[in-house]
Design a protein around this ligand. Structure first.
Ligand SMILES: [Fe+2]
Ligand SMILES: [Fe+2]
Length: 198
């Protein structure tokens, strides 16, 4: 790889060594491996996806209070859900970090990182690929994971839709909070556009 983001990816891999736990680093590494395959199957821009993969969980092992502090300093808008569960901020903080420290301006990469937990109402294949890779990387094991993997291999759009559905179902089944963005994503895929939801 000798293109635009080669150096950014290398530096993000360096940051990984001291910013996240070993298990988290292994999760990101597995996503990198799967990203190569998924990009081949769906003809995606691997380099942009690798930037998103390498950045997405860099702040996942930072404490919630600290994420809230960083969000305040960097003027990140914090939702009610994030106030209640500050760890949810790890994606938005990582996205802002990419922008500030690596001068990444690619909005699809920034969105993918910011909303990798919830998903977002979008047609961006970068966003979809990151959510799919994060949920279905080959170390994950949960009921239905193989069917979801097959689905994502056949179609990135269908894979994304099923992963979002699974996230919402999982939250309901476990009596967890359902993320508004996930619901918005689901409705978007059912033909309801963002400005019609609000
Ligand atoms: Fe994450
Ligand atoms: Fe992740």
């Amino acid at each position: 790889m000798t293109t635009k983001y080669e150096r950014v990816i290398e530096r993000l891999r360096e940051y990984r060594k001291y910013m996240v736990s070993r298990q988290r680093a292994a999760h990101i590494q597995r996503m990198e491996e799967d990203a190569v395959k998924l990009s081949e199957i769906h003809n995606l821009d691997l380099e942009r996806i690798l930037v998103a993969v390498c950045a997405h969980d860099l702040f996942r092992d930072v404490k919630g209070e600290k994420l809230l502090k960083i969000a305040k300093i960097w003027k990140i808008k914090v939702t009610q859900e994030e106030k209640s569960f500050p760890l949810l901020l790890h994606g938005k903080v990582a996205s802002e970090f990419l922008k500030r420290h690596f001068d990444v301006k690619d909005q699809e990469i920034l969105d993918a990182v910011a909303f990798h937990t919830s998903g977002m109402a979008t047609d961006s294949r970068i966003v979809k690929a990151l959510v799919v890779l994060d949920t279905l990387e080959h170390g994950r094991n949960f009921p239905g994971v193989d069917a979801l993997r097959k689905c994502a291999k056949r179609s990135l759009d269908d894979g994304y839709k099923e992963v979002i559905k699974n996230k919402i179902k999982y939250a309901l089944d476990n009596d967890f909070v359902v993320l508004l963005k996930s619901v918005e994503t689901w409705n978007y895929m059912k033909g309801v556009f963002e400005d019609e939801i609000r």
